[in-house]
Write a protein that binds this ligand. Structure first.
Ligand SMILES: NC(=O)C1=CN([C@@H]2O[C@H](COP(=O)(O)OP(=O)(O)OC[C@H]3O[C@@H](n4cnc5c(N)ncnc54)[C@H](OP(=O)(O)O)[C@@H]3O)[C@@H](O)[C@H]2O)[C@H](O)CC1
Ligand SMILES: [K+]
Length: 503
């Protein structure tokens, strides 16, 4: 499991690793540069014109080493030195000395920056890394503004975009990368949505620092990757019957909003549930029966909204419940929800309007159990805990909420963050902007509910559900891009199993 750690911890970790392994800091920098170049070679052609912008610290040292290695491989490289000659770090200086004579390296004065004209396809930003400790000013700021404004170039940041603090929210300006190649462990601030325009796509490059070293710096934050979820999947025997794959109940829908619960139900079936049943207001029965023949449907008493009374007998036959999509927030839906949460004691995914209703009720603790999972997007979350100043505060409050209520909290978005009552947080690595479409959250509800119903423990159900939902979104958007809709994500769920190699 890959740790997400603070910038300060990275520095200490590097020092400890170097001391214990008996290698030099220069060697570690060389490893980092090599890892970057391995990735770079898979992305860019030798005829691309590559400009590498290097600062005076170790991030700049990385840039110089990258320039040397790419140049040796035949890339058309030019190096720009920013930040002057004062305070050059030892490894940066060594890498300046190691530059081949024929590799062009230009020291940029303030005047050069102001008047510079570029003829580049790829800009590599190695001006400042995790050592940044104040907002950009002077030459760094001017260079960043200039590079950000360049049309038709690919921008790649080394370790972290210049100007971005590794643990806090950005104040001022920063390099706007299309891709950030971060070394060994994602830095905390790379997870913040406020920084999306600066980080671009995140790639993690392994530079050989083993988990053993990371563990002592653990901040209980993890980056959820493929290898972490494959082993969490249950295997089913060839004698398995539909009961083994779980019976799930999807509860929600209202007049005019029946699609949400239909999508949750279909997603649960595509994730593998043996049987899916929907509980909806009576106006939804025909709609659901006609549009999804694989499900069963029953209804509560009133026509347009879920309401009291409803059939409670036999609810215990369901292994898991997903509740909330499309249910509305009327008084009758509220009475129904609170009653249902007190009645059904098995694992539940609580989403959408069910969260909005809970948010306006006091003492919600009584409705939540240890196997319950809340899946708010940012607005729904802030209805629960109040408006937050920034994403960092949101993440803190998400963890507090999970600990205080003993439930799992899935804060949806790019790098969806899953908080557990044991104090751990997992940040998802799958998914993309094309999943920002109506109904994508309902699909997630169906998927997590399905895993809970299949008998996955709550932790595995949530980690597998969130990861695989993002993966299905990636698969769906390969040939649909911004035309991807939620039902495309559902259709891609079976392929996500194929991709994971899970039966
Ligand atoms: N394991 C790894 O992750 C490895 C990372 N490496 C790379 O090293 C950098 C971090 O290098 P470091 O030298 O600590 O810091 P920077 O290069 O980011 O910054 C250098 C100095 O710049 C000064 N500074 C800070 N903020 C500003 C600013 N706004 N404007 C101008 N200058 C600024 C600061 O010094 P001061 O004395 O002026 O405060 C910084 O110290 C990491 O990101 C990786 O790229 C290694 O290669 C090894 C493996
Ligand atoms: K950088």
């Amino acid at each position: 499991m890959l740790e997400i750690i603070s910038g300060a911890a990275v520095k200490k970790l590097d020092t400890d690793f170097i001391a214990e392994k008996g290698i030099t800091s220069h060697r570690l920098m060389e490893n980092a540069a090599q890892a970057f170049c391995d990735w770079f070679e898979g992305e860019y052609h030798r005829n691309d014109k590559v400009g590498i912008f290097c600062g005076h610290g170790n991030n700049g040292g990385d840039g110089l080493a990258i320039g040397r290695l790419l140049w040796r491989k035949g890339y058309d490289v030019i190096i720009f030195l920013v930040g002057g000659d004062a305070k050059v770090s030892a490894d940066c200086r060594l890498n300046r000395e190691l530059l081949p004579d024929k590799l062009p390296a230009i020291s940029m004065s303030s005047d050069d920056i102001a008047h510079m004209e570029f003829d580049l396809n790829v800009v590599v930003d190695a001006m400042l890394g995790i050592g940044v400790n104040r907002p950009l000013a002077g030459d760094f700021l001017n260079m960043v503004i200039k590079l950000n404004a360049l049309p038709n170039v690919n921008r790649v940041a080394v370790d972290i975009p210049t100007g971005l603090p590794s643990d806090e929210c950005l104040e001022g300006e920063a390099f706007k990368a299309d891709v950030t190649v971060t070394f060994q462990y994602p830095k905390f601030s790379l997870m913040f949505p406020e920084h999306a325009a600066f980080v671009g796509i995140l790639h993690v490059a392994n530079i050989g620092i083993g988990n053993k070293f990371m563990r002592q710096f653990s901040q209980n934050r993890y980056y959820l990757q493929r290898k972490d979820v494959v082993s969490r999947h249950l295997n089913f025997s060839r004698f398995a019957h539909k009961g083994d794959f779980g019976r799930v109940l999807l509860v929600g829908g209202s007049y005019g909003s029946m699609g949400a619960i239909r999508m949750a139900a279909e997603a649960s079936l595509r994730t593998g549930s043996g049987l899916a049943t929907c509980l909806v207001p009576s106006c939804g029965v025909d709609i659901l029966q006609a549009s999804l023949p694989e499900i069963q449907v029953f209804s509560s008493s009133s026509e347009k909204y879920l309401s009291l009374p409803y059939v409670k007998e036999g609810l215990e036959r369901f292994d898991a419940v997903g509740i909330g999509p499309g249910m509305g927030t009327t008084a009758e839906a509220e009475d129904f929800l609170l009653d249902f949460l007190m009645t059904f004691k098995g694992p539940k995914v609580i989403d959408a309007d069910a969260i909005n209703i809970l948010a306006r009720n006091k003492g919600i603790q009584q409705y939540l159990g240890r196997e319950d999972v809340l899946t708010p997007h940012i607005k729904e979350f802030e209805r629960l805990v109040g408006i937050c100043e920034n994403h960092k505060q949101r993440l803190e409050k998400a963890l507090e909420f999970s600990k205080a209520h003993g439930c799992v909290l899935v804060l949806k978005g790019a790098h969806t963050c899953i908080s557990f009552p044991d104090g751990t947080q997992y940040f998802n690595s799958t998914g993309n902007k094309h999943m920002a479409t109506g109904g994508a959250g309902d699909v997630l509800t169906g998927m997590i509910t399905s895993f809970l119903g299949q008998g996955y423990g709550v932790k595995n159900a949530v980690l597998c559900g969130v990861y695989q939902h993002g993966l299905a979104g990636e698969i769906a958007s390969v040939d649909k891009k911004r035309g991807t809709i939620a039902t495309d994500i559902i259709k891609a769920i079976p392929k996500s199993y194929v991709t994971l190699g899970v039966d």
